[in-house]
Design a protein around this ligand. Structure first.
Ligand code: NOJ
Length: 549
């Protein structure tokens, strides 16, 4: 039971479930706060900093994986779905965290990784030992190879992290892994796998979590026979968005709905076709899904308008609320993106890495983007450090890089470490309060830039011009203004470089993505602005929240 959680109301004053309007803060546990001084963020550190999150004004926390894991992919390689990795703490601490968060009005969403596990998972270890043809191997995708001696992978599927999606075992068989070799894919045709995940869902629901973020939601079911992907331009795609995946989520929804208090799912879904995307959000499937087109979009009014309209249209078809997100632990931080000549996000990180960045410009735009995102209909995500205006750390020495994409791509892709650098909390010296004083080890990724001295929570708190105070004020207003969160929006006619819309309750948001200041509508009062206004005009790369008279 969550106490003291604000109820959102629609324009008619009707309460709506929290997940339709929530602002959810993503915690990447390894890099959030280190409580025991071993250089790795942990539950103790997070519990110690819950006050920051409650004070920030978010409604819920999504925790990236904290399960037992060799951390071959930062915890997205799970060896035990029902326990916490000792590096992060214990199950008792996890329970205490859930309780404490609830008492502060913060809900907890945990990450569920159903497409693959860790090679250290006991079931995969048992499959390796049991050998070809065994029922243990049926839980995964084991095959014989092609070529005279089976020396070639069984099909042409590439791993998302580079190289083939197949690795060979000591007995000469191959197993499928859409990500790193340390992450074998589960075989979702097997009823034992299905039953196991229903039981894992119940385990965490019984412990009191309010929801699940589902990793690579659309990958679970593979096309029968695992055919080659070459020339496969028609749908369905052999490893993504297969029809059978929906049945799985219907069964999960049934379990979730037996629990009280509005528990919810959020799907990680990089599906670009809005119609296919919406199918996961049908009323008997998942509640919400990450809507990445805003994150991918360049800093361009026309593109933003198109993304917003397409998103709202697709969600309306199934009655689901939209979600908005600007950054996460897989993508280049948006302060950096918006400071480059090419402001869009793409997975061709190798080509984008190291392009010149104007951090002041990126920061200005990030402030404006925050006000835009928090004014849009639906729920929104804040990735840890967004509220501080952190930028991507691009100059990590190669020998410190840890992301498997870096190694698997042969050093072409610099990977995702740059957005996972430990948070700066306070003080003049690195690690800026990430670890306690007299810690026994340096942070696991010891590359905080000197410039983050000015961006610590302590340095920004109380300064009305800071990034942090902008977020705090925006979130405070969002909680008090009826009409933000879920609900309708209405565009006003504007010049092409300006976004101008109202929400119920005489709320208006204007964003200037052009080169010239734009005058604001008369008969309005300023509630909050991302930059200083001159004569009721909004400068370029800025946003404002207004109340209409
Ligand atoms: C998506 C997660 O966000 C990412 O960090 C991870 O590497 C892949 N899924 C594989 O689990």
């Amino acid at each position: 039971m969550v106490e003291d959680v604000p109820t959102y109301e629609d324009a008619q004053g009707k309460a709506t479930p929290w997940w339709r309007s929530a602002v959810i803060y993503q915690v990447y546990p390894r890099s959030f706060a280190d409580g025991n001084g071993d250089g790795t963020g942990d539950i103790a550190g997070l519990r110690g900093r819950l006050g920051h999150l409650a004070g920030l004004g978010v409604d819920a926390l999504w925790l990236s994986p904290w399960y037992v894991s060799p951390l071959a992919d930062g915890g997205y390689d799970v060896a035990d779905y029902r326990d916490i990795d000792p590096a992060f703490g214990t199950l008792d601490e996890a329970e205490a965290l859930i309780r404490e968060a609830h008492s502060l009005g913060l809900r907890i969403v945990v990450d569920l990784v159903p497409n693959h596990c860790s090679e250290q998972h006991p079931w995969f270890q048992a499959a390796l030992t049991a050998g070809p043809g065994s029922p243990e191997r049926e839980l995964f995708h084991f095959r014989t190879g092609r070529g005279e001696d089976g020396e070639l992978p069984p099909n042409d599927w590439p791993s998302h992290f580079g190289g083939p999606a197949w690795s060979r075992t000591a007995d000469g068989s191959w197993y499928l892994h859409m990500f790193a070799p340390e992450q074998p894919d589960w075989n979702w045709e097997n009823p034992e796998v299905r039953a196991e995940f229903l039981s894992v869902l119940r385990f965490w629901l019984d412990l009191g979590v309010d929801g699940f973020r589902i990793d690579v939601t659309d990958h679970l079911v593979k096309e029968d026979g695992l055919p080659d992907a070459a020339g496969h331009h028609h749908r369905p795609h052999p490893w993504r968005d297969q029809e059978g995946v929906h049945e799985i989520y219907r069964s999960w929804r049934k379990v979730l709905d037996t629990y009280p208090d509005d528990r919810a799912f959020v799907a990680e879904l990089w599906e670009q076709d809005p119609g296919r995307f919406a199918r996961y959000l049908r009323p008997d499937e998942l509640h919400t899904a990450f809507n990445f087109p805003l994150l991918r979009s360049p800093w361009d009014a026309r593109s933003f308008r198109e993304v917003i309209n397409a998103t709202l249209h697709a969600h309306a078809l199934v009655g689901a609320p939209a979600t908005w997100v600007l950054s996460n632990h897989d993508t280049t931080r948006h302060v950096t993106r918006y400071g480059r000549a090419d402001t869009s996000y793409g997975f061709d990180r190798a080509a984008r890495h190291g392009q010149p960045v104007d951090l002041a410009l990126g920061t200005r735009r990030a402030r404006a983007a925050a006000l835009l995102m928090l004014a849009l209909p639906g729920s929104a995500y804040v990735y840890q450090g967004d509220e501080l205006g952190l930028w991507e750390v691009e100059d990590i020495p190669d020998h410190l890089r840890q992301d498997p994409t870096w190694l698997r791509s042969g050093g072409l892709d610099r990977g995702r470490d740059g957005c996972r650098v430990p948070l700066p909390w306070e003080g003049e010296e690195r690690p800026f309060g990430f670890s306690p004083e007299r810690a026994s080890a340096a942070p696991w990724l010891d590359v905080q830039p000197d410039g983050w001295r000015e961006l610590t929570v302590a340095a920004q708190a109380g300064d009305p011009a800071s990034h942090l105070e902008l977020y705090r004020e925006a979130l405070r207003l969002r909680r008090t203004l009826r009409g933000l969160g879920d609900g309708p929006m209405h565009w006003h006619a504007s010049t092409p470089d300006v976004l101008d819309f109202t929400r119920p309750g005489a709320f208006r948001c204007v964003v200037n993505l052009g080169q010239e200041p734009t005058s604001l509508p008369t008969e309005t009062t300023v509630l909050l602005a991302s930059a200083e206004l001159v004569d009721h005009a909004l400068p370029p790369d800025a946003a404002v929240w207004l109340r209409e008279h």
